[in-house]
Design a protein around this ligand. Structure first.
Ligand SMILES: Nc1ncnc2c1ncn2[C@@H]1O[C@H](COP(=O)(O)OP(=O)(O)OP(=O)(O)O)[C@@H](O)[C@H]1O
Length: 333
């Protein structure tokens, strides 16, 4: 299938002004997603995954946040230039988002049917009766048993997995959901339900040609769902490649650490979480210009403290950002 670019983030840096100082949450990050593709953003807690997603959706609270530089091009327009009204129209139509705990996005006082129908009424100008019919159809599409009954349920009457299906249904209420951002969508669910939700996302992605930006710290989820992977560390992209390139030929010391810390033979299985690598993530308040992984890296050299390395290509579609790249590639290390 021919690749067509849907979203590209160019050189994004996001800071937060806090009482303790400036938190440099995301640094010079570029990424792109093709139509229909699943890109996974992985990395330990606090590395900037959610801030990246919220930058796309323009949900960074400003203040304290500042998007210091960069562009977010979506279907040819820079989302950062849109007014709040224009952006509001994009959210829930062209770009939808599902979160770890859907209860926070569903309104507890309205029935599921009312909330879902509302999306059709707002975004597609439908009459209430038609919108309810559509809502029922959509609940069927996300494989909710007895959709008619669920229309009359309140969010608290559903299980976590069912609520997540409702959120996915809401995201699909748009005629062309170009991009779905899923921030830890299955973390709160047990393993069986998690697998069902991932299968559902994969099916829907095929049938509506929706792209998925998947944020997770679960390598099992990445292996099962992603086409491409970006590994982030302390606000920086350190490695990028296809899911096969990252799992079978990881090159960056951080990615290697992540994969080595998984139980053996468990690389591709579900429910494997990123285990801690020796050392701790640096304080984003005091980060200098160097590589943020320097203090935990076995290959540390003095220059790692001074500047962040340029991109080095491993092979087509696979890159790392590390001063030792040429040694890794020659096989000297
Ligand atoms: N509103 C805010 N004010 C101050 N700092 C913030 C704010 N939002 C995020 N940050 C900081 O930005 C950094 C990146 O946070 P982010 O939530 O993107 O991490 P993450 O990789 O998604 O982690 P997790 O997996 O725990 O959600 C963190 O150090 C966080 O404390």
């Amino acid at each position: 299938m021919k690749k067509e670019k849907l979203l590209s983030m160019e050189n994004i840096s996001v800071n937060f002004n806090t009482r303790r100082g400036v938190v440099r949450a995301v640094r010079n990050l570029s990424l792109s997603i093709d139509k229909g593709e699943t890109l996974a953003l992985v990395g330990e807690s606090g590395c900037g995954k959610s801030v990246t997603a919220h930058t796309i959706n323009r949900l960074i609270p400003m203040p304290p946040g500042i998007i210091e530089s960069g562009k977010v091009m979506f279907n040819g327009e820079n989302l950062l230039d849109l007014s709040e009204d224009e952006m509001q129209k994009k959210r829930g139509t062209d770009i939808s988002m599902i979160f770890q705990e859907p209860m926070t996005s569903l309104n507890p006082v309205f029935k599921i049917g009312t909330q879902l129908a509302d999306v059709f009424m707002t975004h597609q100008g439908m009459k209430k009766r038609d919108a309810i019919i559509k809502a029922e159809e959509l609940l069927g599409k996300v494989k909710i048993p007895s959709p008619k009954k669920v229309l009359n349920d309140y969010p608290h009457q559903l299980s976590g997995g069912m609520r997540q299906r409702v959120m996915i249904a809401m995201a699909l209420a748009s005629p062309e959901p170009g991009l779905m951002i899923a921030d830890e969508p299955t973390t709160a669910l047990d393993v069986t339900i998690q697998a069902q939700i991932l299968d559902l996302l994969a099916d829907l992605k095929e049938s509506v040609n929706m792209a998925l930006l998947l944020i997770t710290h679960d390598m099992g989820v990445v292996a099962e769902t992603a086409d491409r992977v970006i590994v982030m560390y302390a606000g920086r992209k350190v490695e990028e490649g296809s899911v096969y390139q990252i799992f079978d030929n990881p090159k960056h010391p951080y990615t290697l650490g992540l994969l080595n810390s998984l139980p053996s033979n468990d690389k591709y299985s579900s429910s494997t979480r990123l285990e801690a690598i020796d050392g701790t993530v640096p304080d984003l308040l005091t980060l200098g210009e160097g590589c943020p992984f320097a203090n935990r890296c076995t290959f540390y050299e003095k220059k790692c403290d001074i500047s962040f390395p340029e991109e080095s290509s491993v092979e087509d579609g696979h890159s790392i950002w590390c001063f030792k790249a040429s040694d890794f590639l020659k096989g000297d290390i």
